[in-house]
Write a protein that binds this ligand. Sequence first.
Ligand code: TXA
Ligand code: MG
Length: 321
Amino acid sequence: MQYPPWTSVSKAAKLLKAGEVVAIPTETVYGLAGNAFDPQALAKIFAAKERPTFDPLIVHICDISQLADIAKDIPEAAYKLARTYWPGPMTMILPKKDCIPDLCTSGLPSVAVRFPSHPVARQIIQEAGVPLAAPSANLFKHVSPTTAEHVASQLADRIAGIVDGGPCSVGVESSIISLVGEPTVLRPGAITPEMFADILGDVKVKESTSKPGQAMQAPGQCDTHYRPQVPLYFGKVPEGYVLPKKTARIAFGTQEGPIPATVNLSKTGDLTEATAKIYAFMHDLDTPDYELILVDPIPNTGVGMALNDRLKRASIKQLPV
Ligand code: TXA
Ligand code: MG
């Protein structure tokens, strides 16, 4: 086989039907997809990513009607959210049906479901004819991919295909809301807590806490989940701190920083633009050319909450002395 294994929508669908795993574009990040009903395909996903099996997968569908094939006891709230925010960057946690293998949900009685809006993702799910389990298409604990090249650089020789659908428009993983019990936002994303509250009234927002070795009730709980190899520091640099010579600065807006901006997430301070760019900058600057990556403070409002969440996880807690 040739690497990277670039492939088309129809070939990807055939590979998926045959139990292979294929990287596909979505509007959030690229996903590593496999037949959600096939435990062997699921095992290939965990193996390719070197992902521990206590971290459950999201199941992707291409029509709201498929929700009832996968989940049971679906509350009206789920349909209200689905009609408003699907297709799009929202994942709902619901009680699972028996047809979803335990490997997919890490033994949890609930399943994560998402209907992505990316036309290529929708077409692949449709042609494959089955729901597709798909975590982000990166090695475990690495930065999520927002281009096909990012996928190729991490997984090219481990998977059967990569479909190039261009750069992801959202740029961070979907918002996750649990509808098992009281509606609770487990992971911030482009659908903000305010947007959930608009439809459901009050929603809770879960603070993440690590519990190593247990099935993750809330996602991305490993503190180092999104961490690049070059130390990244998110926040204000203390006065008088001497930065290493090879420091890159990811700026936001027109703030002053300790060194000139290497790149800017959004010169106009647009949080949506910044979110779409963050992972690509983290990939680009994650090279031996740099010893440290600084990221300017970013307002913790709207989709900025998702950015703050991912950057806090990516950040070292203290600057090196
Ligand atoms: O935007 C996205 O959601 C991307 C694209 C590919 O769709 N996928 C993605 O998958 O971010 P992944 O595996 O990187 O993150 C899925 C998270 C996991 O951290 C997992 O803990 C959580 O979803 N999750 C899955 N099933 C769950 C469940 N039953 N209960 C609670 N959390 C769950
Ligand atoms: Mg991930």
